[in-house]
Ligand binder design. Structure first.
Ligand code: CO
Length: 149
């Protein structure tokens, strides 16, 4: 094998770039059994923005088994869920202008995907954050924790 030094240098450079930048996105699935496939998410401190892609891998319609992804401080999760239920399906079960909501996706049904990108400056290291589906009754099972690391 005859690798020229410039090729080797380029390869090493790309390898270093790859390791220096942590992934600033994550994919999470929701299913017809009212479950996410992840119970925790870590946001690397180096990310300026973070994207959560939500994929509904089930078949049921949005009105019957809708899923979203809502992020709040852990202490706010229960109240935000309650207010989201009151807001109704047309609002994706998130109260308009709710300052406790750090980020949220729209509601999706089976086979659909969505995503949300948020500014990580809204998050503090060491704080406990909760994510959940605010569709009525879902947050009891569809929930997880998010931390900055
Ligand atoms: Co749901």
């Amino acid at each position: 094998m005859n690798l020229k030094p410039t090729y080797i240098a380029a390869f090493l450079g790309l390898t270093l770039i790859g390791s220096a930048y942590a992934a600033c996105d994550v994919e999470i699935e929701g299913n017809d059994a009212m479950k996410y496939n992840k119970s925790s998410i870590e946001v690397p401190q180096s990310c300026k923005e973070f994207t959560v892609k939500l994929k509904h891998v089930g078949k049921l319609a949005k009105a019957a088994m809708g899923h979203n992804w809502v992020l709040t401080a852990a202490a706010d999760a229960a109240a935000v869920t309650k207010d989201g239920t009151a807001a109704g399906a047309a609002k994706n079960y998130v109260k308009d202008g709710d300052a406790r909501v750090i980020a949220h996706t729209p509601l999706v049904g089976g086979g659909e995907s969505t995503s949300v990108t948020f500014d990580t400056a809204k998050l503090k290291a060491g704080e406990n954050y909760a994510y959940f589906c605010s569709f009525p009754g879902h947050a009891a099972l569809m929930k997880g924790t998010l931390v900055v690391k």
